[in-house]
Ligand binder design. Structure first.
Ligand code: ATP
Length: 457
């Protein structure tokens, strides 16, 4: 087991700086000084996030027969969140420091830098004067309706709309238990100390599945979903050895949960949660049945059994996974040229299916009209299938490096061989250069789309 306290702030700083420099992630409202805990994804970040969400949807909904998708409202009725327990109890323990007026999460003091003296943690300087912990509700409330006298909340998780629509989905889709409902969407929490870049934000996205099942199957399905989710992380490029499974012990789980696994990743700032896989029993449907006064009981036509379905919930954070992808992909490789000169190459080693740009397309000489024409035509033929980037600025070596830095797995160069200037054998072929090995091979232009598609899906 890796040490939970192993951190590498220098590596994290480089990742944050690359994210800004190359347009992955910016602080929201930066122009005006920044909105704490909120982030904007720039062009490459938006592609990366979209690739993650699309792949999750494909694996969870499209390629399964037993999971349906939905897309619920962000604004949530007060009554829904009263029933779910969020209005009364969705809180973290908070302490105030009377000296510096800062607020901290009481359960994170040992990792929260003191505002006055960041070299020590909150409470550790003799000047610190911390209050007793108090509950701080994390929900963001808004006023609603023409007169603004109704209360609504920005949802703190996507799950509640799934529970509330469980019966509508069941009745309108002729599905049978076991089945799941999946959703990707924004959630909002007024976190006391947003930090570690996008890891703990006030606005973030979740990818959640509520899998409804017979009470006898809950425990088994929790283990099956855990395996399913670990497989998913492998497929997006997060190796199993960097993931840790925390079997949350009795007393630390939510009171209604019979089993909870936290899937954690070795971030440069420590081992932290990426996803929770929780067996929530029939707690959720139970509270909404009671709160709404309507039956949510399921009738099994075959066994003639009536029961309130149990739920297994794999709940992943989209932004946290994007951050894990960036941390995992970031690499600095020392290269030595023929003259023995050393140089550091920055590479994002994304698996191709996650890479924001799949292929860079370069004419060897930007002044050669024929090379440019062929590049543009290759670009057009690939654009319906994948993100491509045309670049004719500077030496080809430099262009490769720029693509390495944003994780583009393949670069295509059109050169004099493509034009047939060195014989017919290489006419209408291009050089494909591989990001990780930097090796090059010749491929016929016609063969390029299927060759690439096979590697980037
Ligand atoms: P934590 O203990 O880190 O606050 P949590 O256990 O409260 O997280 P859940 O309520 O289980 O989180 O939410 C499911 C997932 O949503 C988390 O595993 C995480 O990936 C994501 N998530 C939760 N809170 C945040 C946040 N403030 N910023 C970004 N992602 C979040």
């Amino acid at each position: 087991m890796a040490n939970k306290d192993t951190t590498d702030p220098a590596r994290m700083e480089k990742i944050v700086s690359l994210c800004k420099r190359r347009g992955f992630i910016f602080q929201a409202g930066e122009l005006y000084g920044g909105l704490n805990g909120c982030w904007d994804y720039g062009p490459l970040g938006a592609e990366l996030k979209r690739n993650l969400k699309d792949y999750w949807w494909r694996k969870t909904v499209q390629e399964r027969d037993d999971v349906l998708g939905m897309d619920g409202a962000i604004l949530t009725m007060e009554q829904v969140l009263v029933s779910s327990g969020h209005v009364g109890g969705f809180s973290d323990p908070m302490v105030d420091c009377k000296t510096c007026k800062a607020r901290f999460r009481a359960d994170n003091l040992e990792t929260s830098p003191c505002k006055e003296k960041p070299s020590v943690c909150a409470g550790q300087s003799p000047k610190c004067e911390l209050t007793e912990p108090r509950d701080f509700n994390l929900m963001l409330q808004t006023n609603f309706g023409a007169t603004g006298d109704q209360i609504a909340y920005l949802r703190p998780e996507t799950a509640q709309s799934i529970f509330c629509q469980y019966k509508n989905v069941l009745d309108s889709n002729r599905v049978k238990i076991p089945f799941g409902i999946a959703q990707i969407g924004k959630a909002f929490r007024n976190e006391i100390n947003p930090r570690n870049f996008t890891f703990r934000s006030r606005e973030f996205e979740q990818m959640e599945i509520e899998y409804f099942c017979h009470p006898d199957d809950g425990m088994r399905l929790t283990d099956e979903w855990l395996e399913e989710r670990l497989k998913f992380y492998g497929e997006i490029g997060i190796p199993r050895e960097k993931l840790h499974i925390l079997d949350v012990p009795d007393g630390e789980r939510a009171f209604y949960s019979k089993k909870t696994y936290d899937i954690e990743y070795e971030f440069p700032f420590g081992i932290q949660e990426l996803e929770g896989v929780a067996y929530r029993t029939n707690y959720d449907l139970g509270v909404h049945e009671k709160g709404a006064g309507k039956s949510l009981v399921y009738f099994d036509e075959e066994t003639k059994e009536k029961y309130l379905p149990h739920v297994v919930e794999p709940s992943a954070g989209c932004d946290r996974t994007v951050l894990a992808l960036l941390c995992e992909a970031f690499d600095e490789e020392t290269l030595t040229d023929e003259k023995g000169k050393e140089d550091v190459r920055t590479v994002l080693r994304f698996v191709p299916r996650m890479a924001p740009i799949k292929v860079g397309i370069f004419p060897l000489l930007k002044k050669n009209e024929e090379q440019v024409r062929i590049c543009r035509s290759i670009q057009k033929s690939l654009q319906p299938w994948m993100t491509v980037f045309y670049d004719d600025g500077g030496a080809v070596g430099r262009r490769y490096r720029r693509q390495d830095e944003v994780g583009t797995p393949f670069c295509v160069t059109v050169d004099f061989d493509t034009l047939g200037e060195n014989g017919d054998a290489l006419k209408d072929t291009v050089t494909v250069r591989h990001r990780d090995s930097m090796e090059q091979e010749r491929i016929a232009i016609d063969a390029l789309p299927p060759w690439l598609l096979e590697r980037v899906r």
